[in-house]
Design a protein around this ligand. Structure first.
Ligand code: HEM
Length: 407
């Protein structure tokens, strides 16, 4: 009898593992084909890879997100629970989640976000306009700075603080979702958290007496009948926006440029036809997105695909696997900016669907447009690339490109 197929599990399903970090898609395809509701004993979670299971879990409003409801030993309880305090909106359940989302959602509708397009364009053109032709690290020079400057400007943070902002949010995200937390990384995250906390409290105080045209002021003024956000809730929201919106958008831009460099025909098409930009960004989100997985907690004993899952257990949904499921996407490993069906699960779904999705799209569209307009040719750089090892996320530590300007 043939040996059973080795089913990847534990670290092998995170970007801490070299094979997964460099190309998670074959690993996820193996899981989807042979063990679509996989029990990962190492991290105490069920890992789901089929598109339809992923979508059903994301949209199921009964499932929990609050890691305090997870069973001891489960991924949500051990990795995501920071303390016994109320978690941020991302990990909160109703009625608290609905209340917070209702208070902030109007600042993030497509229309509200569209107001920022001019400013996002200015930032992208300014950052990219400062680059000379030749070889540069796209992450260091473009994909890293643009989302930080954009979110800082939208929040209304002084430009002099942008660099500290980036350091603080990077230090926080490195431990927030990682199953492997080193003491040094935890200490750095704690320090960053205190610095951000103090900083935001001062900014909120200033906006209370003098509102500006920025998001912190909108949060200070956010109201539904009889309700508003407390100072602690505004601080938590600002932290979440930084945490959820910085690295992810950097990765979307980095992964997007890499996909275009790997497919010069698609890159040429996008240059010829800028009207394809919105659908190109959707395809980038499907093809190689920044967030590999999200999750929920079972609210009662249940069975999925013949596997019994007990109340309080973590169900991790692999968005990256859902987005390449051949039962939904014809030829799923093909990168095609003219794909007819542009739907994807990159932003999750249901009640926790990414609040910043429109902003992320807008930033990616404006950054790619500014890059194409500044440089008449862009190709892979001599110094190559290196993937980052942030569990749950997919992106580059370095991505060297070689760019030329037409004279
Ligand atoms: C490419 C960029 C981004 C990706 C791929 C992404 C992806 C995600 C995913 C997968 C979730 C969880 C959804 C779920 O479990 O159903 C999420 C939640 C969230 N994202 Fe994003 N995100 C991105 C950018 C942003 C930006 C720019 C912001 C804000 C400035 C943001 C703010 C949030 C917030 C606040 C939540 C929690 C929403 C809730 O719990 O109700 N994200 N995002």
């Amino acid at each position: 009898m043939a040996d059973p197929l080795p089913i990847p599990t534990g670290i092998e399903l995170t970007s801490l593992d070299r094979r997964f970090r460099e190309d998670p898609y074959p690993v996820l395809a193996t899981l989807r084909a042979h063990d679509p509701v996989h029990r990962d004993e190492v991290f105490g979670r069920y890992v789901l890879t089929r598109h339809d299971d992923v979508v059903a879990i994301l949209r199921n409003r009964e499932l929990w997100s609050d890691p305090r409801k997870g069973n001891p030993g489960s991924f949500a309880y051990e990795v995501l629970k920071e303390s016994d305090e109320e978690p941020s909106m991302l990990l909160m359940d109703d009625p608290g989640h609905r209340r917070l989302r209702d208070l902030v959602k109007r600042s993030f509708t497509p229309r509200a976000i569209e107001r920022w397009r001019g400013r996002v364009r200015e930032v992208a053109v300014r950052v990219i306009g400062a680059l000379d032709e030749g070889e540069f690290d796209l992450i260091e020079e473009v994909a890293g700075p643009i989302p930080t400057v954009v979110i800082a400007e939208i929040l209304g943070v002084d430009p002099g603080m942008h660099e500290s902002f980036k350091q603080w949010s990077d230090a926080s995200i490195l431990v927030a979702f990682s199953p492997v937390k080193t003491p040094a990384a935890v200490a750095a995250a704690e320090q960053a958290g205190s610095a951000l906390d103090a900083f935001f409290r001062t900014e909120i105080e200033a906006r209370r007496s003098k509102p500006e045209n920025d998001l912190i002021s909108e949060l200070v003024l956010a109201e539904t009948p009889g309700d508003g956000l407390s100072e602690t809730e505004i601080v938590s929201m600002c932290n979440l926006l930084l945490l959820a919106g910085n690295l992810t958008t950097t990765d979307l831009i980095g992964n997007g440029v890499k996909a275009l460099l790997d497919h010069p025909g698609e890159l040429a098409k996008l240059r010829e036809r800028p009207d394809l930009m919105p659908s190109a960004v959707e395809e980038l989100l499907r093809y190689d997105s920044a967030v590999v997985s999200s999750g929920r907690i079972a609210h009662r004993d249940q069975e999925i695909g013949g596997v019994k899952i007990s109340e309080g257990e973590t169900m991790d949904v692999m968005l990256a696997a859902a987005n390449r499921d051949p039962s939904v996407y014809p030829d799923p490993d093909r990168f095609d900016i003219e794909r007819e069906d542009t739907h994807h699960q990159a932003f999750g779904g249901g009640r926790h669907i990414c609040l910043g999705a429109h902003l992320a799209r807008l930033e990616a569209q404006e950054t790619l447009a500014a890059l194409l307009s500044r440089f008449s040719s862009i190709g892979p750089g001599q110094r190559g690339y290196e993937y980052a090892s942030n569990p749950g996320f997919r992106g580059f530590e370095q991505l060297w490109v070689s760019a030329e300007r037409s004279s």
